[in-house]
Design a protein around this ligand. Sequence first.
Ligand code: ADP
Length: 464
Amino acid sequence: MKYTLRTKLSFLFVILALVSVSLISILTNFFLEKQFKEYITKNLKKSTKEIVTSIGQQYSEGGQWNYRMLESIGVNALENGFIIRVRSLSGKTEWDANVHNNGMCQRIIEQMSHNMSKRYPEMKGGYKEETHPVYSNDKKVGTVDIGYYGPFFLNDNDLAFINTLNKLLIGVGIFSLLFALVLGGIIAKRISTPLTRVTNTAQMIAKGYFGDRITEKSNTKEICQLTCSINDLAHTLEMQEALRKRLTGDVAHELRTPLATLQSHMEAMMDGIWEPSPERLKSCHEEIIRINRMVGDLEKLARFEGENLVLNKSDFDVAELAQRIIHNFERDYIDKGVKLDFYGEEEMLYADRDKISQVIVNLLSNALKFTPAEESVELEVKSSGEWVEIGVKDSGAGISDEDLPHIFERFYRADKSRNRLTGGAGIGLTITKSIVDAHEGKIEVKSKLNEGSEFRVFIPKQVE
Ligand code: ADP
């Protein structure tokens, strides 16, 4: 049986509140009870002492028993739960509560016994009598027997106090439970709502709807991270999906034109409409070359983007390599009328020479593609701290701000129509980045539309 997070959290809160309230009640009751018993016992002793003292005092005032005073003390004591009997030294009873009001004495003992058995049913108490000597001016003048319900007793006020306290504890308990239930419910809802959204979004993603995003804000760090991760995942998948669609579209489009041309030319020749002249065969051959180049690009991409791009490292001078590449490119640049300058001196690097060469070739061929005649391209090789820096700067077409973050993605072409004419499939920079990453380097680009672009590649000098 599976429960929702909300039910579980609410349940947990209630259990927690229940346990803590019960624990607090039990402990409070235990300690309070102990303190209260001590307090009552102390009070009892104090009261008996007071009774004895006041009896001694009334004797001192007149030098003999004052029966009116004795009665007032005795009645007062009776009201407080003490049954007293005063005797002179000879043993003669001077005043006796039982004689004065036997009915009341019985009632008081019964009342105390009732109170005590209600409060402490397990306690075995009963009527108890203590005899205390009475002194008047340090001279013993008689004794007083004080009877009460022992070992201690609670009068109505004490009992009312304890009951109020218990009611208060029960009230606090109920209030805490309700509070925990409401608060638990609110907190559980705040935690579970974004999680439910995450689940729903993840399910939508699983079904292929990558456009869904979680917009709920949460101030719980983990939930925020989770929603951000799901949103990032959805974004990445959306991009990948778009890329996949574009790739399929691009490949189909790129292949369709040469294949259609080939098909029509072949059919025309097979039907005898066209003579298979060398020119026509050459045109067919060119189409096949285009198809081949496309397939080659795809292959190259698969190779360079593979998980384990194997690097064949050696020590070489990057500046020398750059100059060689420039040499190969010179003709193309001159033909297009673009100026190509090189800056740099010997710069030794321990890296994969062929792959670094591929990086420079890709950057230079892009610069040539996107730079019009009369403009210029600069290639620079220099040392920059721990890195060897290779920079290619052109004053060509530039890249718009919205295209800039995507140019390293597979098959991304900023201007699709123009690029199709220039023949690029949008994988040159993807391969470049894969090579740089494999060398644990980095690539940076700065570009402004219609002003030019600058690519800077950083390869660490000391990569083993
Ligand atoms: P492509 O084969 O289309 O050149 P790349 O991966 O090399 O593919 O480049 C991706 C896109 O980045 C290009 O289509 C182009 O829009 C843009 N780009 C790359 N280099 C430059 C540059 N030097 N100037 C302007 N745009 C560039």
